[in-house]
Every structure is written in structure tokens, then in C-alpha cells.
Design a protein around this ligand. Structure first.
Ligand SMILES: [Zn+2]
Length: 78
């Protein structure tokens, strides 16, 4: 897994309205993009709030572009 930014730092770097959005919806597009060597393109980095793991990060994956906690694979969103 590619965690370029520590989740705590991610939280601190996010603007207030993104934090608010995350609190309300359980996920937010951070506005940053990430790319792994094996990926063909840059993907938007999302911050998610996991009930168990707090603020975590993920990129949309699968056909449904779903987001989930990388630690417990719980789906994001409320
Ligand atoms: Zn989790």
C-alpha cells in the first residue's frame, strides 16, 4: 500500500471545509493526487473516517470506485 502522507499529517494539512465535509460524509477528496509506480495514472487521494482507525486515506478502486479503510477494508461513507 502506498501511504505517502501520514494520516495525522493529512488531517492537519486539510482545509477546514474539507474536515467539515469529512465529518459529515465520512469521506472527502483531499484535492491531492497520488501515483504508485505500477499505476497508469494519478488518482485522487481521499481521506476517510474509519470507526476503528480514525482518519485514513485511500484512492478509488474497483469498477464502483469505492473507498475503504486500508486497514480493515470497511467501506467509507455513512
Ligand atoms: Zn479501519
Amino acid at each position: 500500500m502506498g501511504a505517502q502522507i501520514k494520516s495525522v499529517e493529512l488531517w492537519e494539512l486539510m482545509s477546514p471545509w474539507r474536515k467539515l465535509w469529512l465529518r459529515i460524509f465520512g469521506k472527502v477528496n483531499t484535492g491531492w493526487k497520488v501515483k504508485m509506480p505500477e499505476w497508469r495514472s494519478w488518482l485522487p487521494l481521499y481521506a476517510l473516517e474509519c470507526d476503528e482507525h480514525g482518519i485514513v486515506q485511500d484512492t478509488p478502486h474497483g469498477v464502483a470506485k469505492s473507498l475503504s479503510c486500508p486497514k480493515c477494508l470497511r467501506k467509507a461513507g455513512k
